[in-house]
Design a protein around this ligand. Sequence first.
Ligand code: FAD
Length: 539
Amino acid sequence: MAENKTDIHDLFIIGGGINGCGIARDAAGRGLSVALAEMNDLASATSSASTKLFHGGLRYLEYFEFRLVREALVEREILLQAMPHISWPMRFVLPYHRDMRFESDTPTSRLLSRIMPWMKGRRPAWLIRLGLFLYDNMGGRKVLPPTRTVDLSHDPAGRPLQARFAKAYEYSDCWIEDSRLVVLNARDAKARGAQIMTRTKVLSADRSNGIWNITLEDCDTGQHRQIKARMLVNAGGPWVGDIIQNTVRSNSREGVRLVRGSHIVTRKLFEHDRCYFFQGSDGRIIFAIPYETDFTLIGTTDAEHPDPSLKPECTPEERAYLLDFASQYFQNPVTDADVVWTYSGVRPLYDDGATSATAATRDYVLKVDDAGGAPLLNVFGGKITTYRKLAEAALLKIAVHFPQVSPPWTAGVALPGGDFPTDGVPHLIADLRKTHPFLTETWAKRLVRAYGTDAGVILGSARFANDMGAAFGATVTARELDWAIENEWVRSAEDFIWRRTKLGLVLTDQQVTDIAGYIAQKTQVHTGSPSSDKASVPG
Ligand SMILES: Cc1cc2nc3c(=O)[nH]c(=O)nc-3n(C[C@H](O)[C@H](O)[C@H](O)COP(=O)(O)OP(=O)(O)OC[C@H]3O[C@@H](n4cnc5c(N)ncnc54)[C@H](O)[C@@H]3O)c2cc1C
């Protein structure tokens, strides 16, 4: 455990996913004293297993989730400006075919089957165009280009697809490096005074005289210690219900619905830089996205997940479903042999009584329980895209108990390394290569995309590649690892190769072993042997 303060914190946050770290950053910046405990690594659960999109969620329009879609659409551009290194605009190609069907229980499909029964559940082109018109216009779009129609018989986006797809719509959303978003929020929270503890599990929290007494366990040593806080935030993601019932032992009966989503990563399936939005005959949709230079990311599924303690993994059925779905679009069938990695995450959705996992609301719900004196804020649902708005909404509830807190401040404030213009990545790369001529284009680009303006800080006065210390492969050096250990809570090879970066996709087993050895020696904690089975390591 990092620090050992005995004073009473204003806020104690359980969970180092995007919601916990986003709330910690916002609250610390408003002058509250904040501590956060994460039982594993930052972003080790759902927040590193998303589809990695800052998106409005086009398909949620069919569920009439207008508030959620509007808020998320407006957020895309606010977030893009605050983190142009880890987020960038992307175009999505949505091929149209008349066989596309609705999921049967969306409000839109029920309405259409009543007024246009002859459509027999088909999703008509005019409805998609209407949805995209709303998507373009309801959310303060300023820098992202609007929707256009694409002739797939001439456009390069049509080349990898089957000839039966003649027409497509192309619209905008943004990419986000989800696990880096979490660590950058944690870094900024720490810079503003928050205490961030990883590998620290909250075992119990009890109220006494208006104060929370929280028992923490150091997950490396097994040691216990106590900490006190005036308010507790349960941002446990998939564990939110478990924390309510077993850690805090509250009477609250709020429900969480655990919905697993899996992705497969394949070898690169197409050459252009746009994504595909594929609609299935079952009403579901999947994305096929250019990923990490040499790969394609395909996902996702929706399956009930029984228990948060069960590690989510892409089942053979989910893998087959995604391969089959993608193969209905690509000219060359996508097969098992194309898959290089899979990952799975669990959506902690608020239980709104929806019948299907796909239909359960993606909106966030914040519930304060102050029956026992000291207040507890439980966080349900939410999206990566709305994390900053969720934090602002949480602070509204927190401010009731801390009238001294200052007003909202995070909109447009750069995350660490993000203090440069949204189109500034090529300039940063060129500048870095001028000041550090030993950098290849690939190396400089990787550093800028991960660290933004902090890439220059990491490289410091290095003049030759040798100045960066030992080289571990795939442009990883001792100097970068030192920086990640010092500044980004890296304690194991997995933290670095699957969450601070995605270099696990390209490093060899021997290189991973060497990185693990170096990190273990630097942190002097036993990290265990790194997993050599890439397909089983969650991202
Ligand atoms: C397949 C999939 C795809 C998605 N795609 C997108 C997308 O493209 N765009 C988008 O906007 N959103 C997306 N989402 C949603 C988004 O990923 C989640 O809403 C978000 O990551 C949830 O973050 P969280 O902080 O609530 O939970 P988590 O990231 O799971 O964090 C909770 C943390 O709490 C910790 N914890 C639990 N109990 C304790 C304890 N007792 N002590 C200490 N720590 C504890 C856990 O270890 C965990 O790290 C997707 C989700 C899934 C599953």
